[in-house]
Design a protein around this ligand. Structure first.
Ligand code: ADP
Ligand code: MN
Ligand code: MN
Ligand code: MN
Length: 368
């Protein structure tokens, strides 16, 4: 198949060099009605110094499952901006929240509610680090690089693997890593996963709401890089049935008091609170997560809460080094790869630091 799917990089290069005559392109990125991403670009007269200088914008929500046809305008309010690794120069990527015409947050704008919780608890200086796992497919819908009509050998050599036949698509991963660092997204690491063509990147530690912002932006950059290579990204938590690992979004958490001497008592108290809201948390930890949280493949049961030091078969793991030091952070291993990180970080701060009037993250997840 001759490919219009893959970018014609050498031809495009001729045009990318053209001067923009002082104009700046801002690509607005938002979350659509299906937990996917949409973007559109606009020209600005100069590079904005801060978010406040960026104009509010809008789009047709009836085409993105975000509004009915008779009242289709959805508004985009910029919340964060990054250097654009694709267009370079002064061009930027803009992350935007979505609002309905009556001024209420759009149904998939869970950032607005989470931001209120972080504001209320800002004294706690809550940090997150999310490990985003994902799987690559080729343009025909097969797992990228797998033998046609067959399977690679069983899991074992692939996790953090090196060498032909053990890792697939490293060029995609490398490009994504560089592009995130250029953009100013706090990617802290990257590794090949247990299932071949499954990979992970980590974002964090990030303060409060910026965790969700940067994870979404890292996902956008990944989708965009993969487009160049003609590769598809899947965030499904169990992309393949059988003896293949699922994909998660382990969420590492610490408050200010957990990070200093005596912190273990605060970690234990948080785990105690989490144990009492297990099913509420599971409710916002991603769709199809029951296919992944089976108790096998380094996961815990979806119905039962558990915690332990260095135990990767638990809901919550306290890293060995944290247990040894007596302070640090804990890891929630339950969230699926397809989470909305605003829901997950939001319910985490709600449970660990306390609820506030007018915000309920469980109800938020299903709000229309
Ligand atoms: P794993 O051993 O589970 O694969 P990783 O190294 O992939 O762990 O990820 C660990 C994550 O923990 C990183 O995203 C890192 O940013 C995050 N992290 C480290 N320290 C803290 C902390 N104090 N609070 C929150 N997150 C943290
Ligand atoms: Mn990891
Ligand atoms: Mn992992
Ligand atoms: Mn982990």
């Amino acid at each position: 198949m001759s490919s219009t799917v893959v970018s014609q990089a050498p031809i495009l290069a001729k045009y990318l060099d053209l001067p923009q005559k002082g104009k700046v392109i801002a690509e607005y990125v938002w979350i659509d009605g299906t937990n996917g991403l949409r973007t559109k670009g606009r020209t600005l007269d100069k590079k904005p110094k801060s978010i406040d200088e960026l104009p509010e914008w809008n789009f047709d929500g009836s085409s993105t499952e975000q509004a009915p046809g008779h009242d289709s305008d959805v508004y985009l309010r910029p919340v964060a901006m990054y250097d654009d690794p694709f267009r370079r120069g002064d061009n930027i990527l803009v992350l935007a929240e979505t609002y309905n015409s009556d001024g209420t947050p759009n149904k998939k704008n869970h950032r607005a509610a989470a931001a209120k919780l972080f504001e209320a608890h800002k004294g706690e200086e809550i940090w997150f680090g999310i490990e985003q796992e994902y799987t690559l497919f080729d343009q025909y819908g097969d797992v990228y690089g797998w033998p046609k009509g067959g399977f690679p050998g069983p899991q074992g050599p692939y996790y953090c693997g090196v060498g032909t036949g053990k890792v697939y698509a490293r060029d995609v991963i490398e490009a994504h890593y560089r592009a995130c660092l250029y953009a100013g997204v706090n990617v802290s690491g990257i590794n090949a996963e247990v299932m071949p063509s499954q990979w992970e990147f980590q974002v964090g530690p990030n303060l409060g709401i910026s965790m969700g912002d940067e994870l979404w932006m890292a996902r956008y950059i990944l989708e965009r890089v993969a487009e160049d290579f003609g590769v598809k990204v899947s965030f499904h938590p169990k992309p393949l049935q059988g003896d293949w690992n699922g994909a998660g979004c382990h969420t590492n958490v610490s408050t200010k008091s957990m990070r200093v001497e005596g912190g273990m008592a605060h970690i234990e108290s948080a785990i105690e609170k989490l144990s009492k809201r297990h099913l509420e948390h599971i409710g916002v930890y991603g769709e199809d997560n029951e296919k992944r949280l089976t108790g096998k493949h380094e996961t815990a049961s979806i119905t039962q809460f558990s915690s332990g030091v260095a135990n990767r078969g638990c809901s919550i793991r306290i890293p060995r080094s944290v247990s040894k030091d007596g302070y640090g952070y804990f890891e929630d291993r339950r969230p699926a790869s397809n989470i909305d990180p605003y829901l997950v970080t939001g319910i985490m701060v709600e449970t660990v630091c306390g609820s506030i009037d007018g915000v309920d993250m469980v109800a938020e997840a299903t709000r229309d």
